[in-house]
Design a protein around this ligand. Structure first.
Ligand code: ADP
Ligand code: MG
Length: 548
């Protein structure tokens, strides 16, 4: 009996599994050459021709225009990781891909998917437990260790060249928005940190400001631009004629009537400006437009006005100045105004909005071009998250593959006690973790197998923090070498990778309303540059043997 439409397609059992695994692995392959300090960047060109050059896993996957449903599930791993931890997106996706690759081997040995899923789940739980055992507890007030976490996160990114300065700024910024809870723990609220970018100068001239930076011009040349102790009005309403007035159709019989009509419009704008003046505001930051006539009146009254301020900036100004966002300009409560010092930087054409008890800081990142600052911003964003995580959580790990090799070792010991076929899945999970040191080595031009052998030997010898120095190829105590990662990001990477792999493994039937086979090929046409070729050949991925 046929129950599906004519164009729909169906794939079952082994076919469905291998289709899904290939698609997921193709995604993982696409990002793994970016992993680590020596990872390469990718250049992504959108259908509109916009160019992004990045090393950031989640950015690559989001820009890649992936339309295979299984591949999208892996992209979600990166997005979850980005939301929950901020860093470690490439790691999470690479591990998810490797779990599926190893699962495929088990499936070929006729091990049932549910046994694999159970084994992966057990291994993931155990790994999280061991991360907690292995993690070093550090004093969150120890600036040096926190700075190392920031620097490790920026290694290999555009931000790396200035990692000392940026690391310093990032740590200061996070400290500025940290409050101590009653029990002595730290609570960090990153909403109070704003990142602003400026092209034209070098990254080494980036700075941290107490308050906000608004990259806008005054609406009129005759307005004051430096105001101390200014009363600040924030509004998300346009200072223009009401919409209805603009749309209304009017019939005029004489020139007098036209004049009267224009006068009434003028009157309305004048009333709005009068209301602003009456509130006592010295400066207005408006999220929408400001009418030419209103600009003129505001300038005459000596009020500084800035229009089309980004919504996010208005929100941040609210934190900095303590103002409320006013949405009815005819009825402004004097309490809604905030206070701040306004200062104009003519060279950079921006306003500094600062205050003694301003709640909120701005990281002003500079770089020579748009592409440079964009990548800088992504790198700094990741570092802010890991620093926040370290300051609030206090648990860190040795990076450079050290934690993965140690976990793999402990999981193999644990596997011995696991009954049934799940044992094989736990072992496969351990093998999958070792992908990280292998790829770090490979991306650094080192021999992946030799490196892994050396690392395993060191760990067997009890050197829990032995990892790879990617610059020399030596096995070193990476914690002492300053390669330090927050434990929380690693835990999150393992959980989301496992969940995604298990989700894919549970599927034994794909029913598609359209044609499944074209999806891989469609990507090929739009695949500019870099590692996207991997997506085009999705169907054939099963044949690629991986690295070892
Ligand atoms: P992700 O998106 O997963 O964060 P990255 O490209 O940032 O990917 O690479 C992170 C990996 O690089 C981590 O395993 C980290 O330990 C490692 N790493 C970072 N700096 C160094 C270093 N100086 N030496 C060795 N490994 C490093
Ligand atoms: Mg990273």
């Amino acid at each position: 009996m046929i129950i599906l439409g004519e164009d729909s397609q169906r794939m079952k059992d082994k076919d469905a599994q291998s289709h899904n695994i290939s698609a997921a692995r193709a995604v993982a392959e696409a990002v793994r050459s970016t992993l680590g300090p020596k990872g390469m960047d990718k250049m992504l060109v959108s259908s509109m021709g916009d160019v992004t050059v990045t090393n950031d896993g989640v950015t690559i996957l989001q820009e890649m225009d992936i339309d295979n449903p299984t591949a999208s599930m892996i992209v979600e791993v990166a997005e979850t990781q980005e939301d929950e931890a901020g860093d470690g997106t490439t790691t999470a996706v690479a591990i998810a891909g490797e779990l599926l690759k190893n699962a495929e081997d088990l499936l070929e040995q006729d091990i049932h998917p549910t046994a694999i899923i159970k084994g992966f789940h057990l291994a993931s739980e155990k790994a999280r437990e061991e991360i907690d055992n292995i993690a070093e507890r550090v004093d969150p007030d120890d600036e040096e260790i926190v700075r190392k976490v920031a620097e490790t996160s920026m290694t290999g990114k555009g931000a790396e060249l200035n990692k000392e300065l940026l690391g310093q700024l990032i740590v200061e910024a996070v400290r500025a928005v940290t409050v101590k809870a009653d029990d002595g723990s730290n609570i960090v609220d990153l909403d109070f940190i704003n990142i602003e970018t400026q092209t034209g100068r070098s990254a080494g001239e980036s700075e941290l400001l107490n308050g906000a930076v608004i990259d806008k011009d005054p609406v009129h040349d005759d307005m004051p631009v430096d105001i101390e102790d200014a009363k600040v009005l924030l509004t998300n309403e346009p200072i223009e004629l009401d919409e209805t007035d603009v749309d209304a159709e009017i019939q005029l019989d004489s020139p007098d009537q036209l004049q009267a009509f224009l006068d009434s419009e003028e009157e309305e704008l004048r009333a709005k400006v009068d209301a602003i003046e009456a509130s006592g505001a010295d400066v207005v930051f408006c999220q929408k437009g400001i009418d030419d006539m209103a600009q003129h009146y505001l300038a005459k009254k000596g009020i500084l006005a800035v229009r089309r301020v980004k919504k996010s900036d208005i929100k941040f100004l609210k934190e900095v100045t303590g103002a409320d966002i006013v949405s009815d300009l005819d009825d402004i409560d004097a309490d809604a105004l905030g206070t701040a010092d306004i200062e104009r930087d003519d060279a950079d054409e921006l306003f500094y909005v600062t205050g003694d008890d301003a709640h909120g800081v701005t990281l002003l990142l500079r770089g020579s071009t748009e592409h440079v600052v964009d990548e800088l911003e992504r790198g700094v964003g990741d570092a802010l998250d890991v620093v926040a995580s370290t300051i609030s959580d206090g648990r860190v790990l040795a990076g450079g593959g050290a934690i993965e090799v140690e976990l793999a070792k402990r999981l193999r010991d644990y596997a011995d006690g696991v009954e049934g076929r799940e044992q094989l899945a736990v072992e496969a999970f351990a093998d999958s973790l070792e992908l990280i040191p292998r790829v770090l080595a490979e991306n650094s031009g080192l021999d992946a197998i030799d490196t892994l052998v050396d690392l395993r030997a060191a760990h067997a010898d009890g050197q829990t923090r032995a990892g790879l120095n990617v610059f020399t190829g030596d096995v070193v105590d990476t914690f002492d070498a300053g390669v330090v990662e927050p434990a929380h990001a690693k835990e999150q990477a393992l959980s989301s990778a496992t969940e995604a792999a298990n989700l894919v493994l549970k599927i034994d039937d794909i029913i598609a309303a359209g044609d499944l086979s074209t999806e891989g090929e469609e990507d090929e046409g739009g695949a500019p540059g870099g590692g996207m070729g991997g997506m085009g050949g999705m169907g054939g991925m099963g044949g690629m043997g991986g690295m070892m």
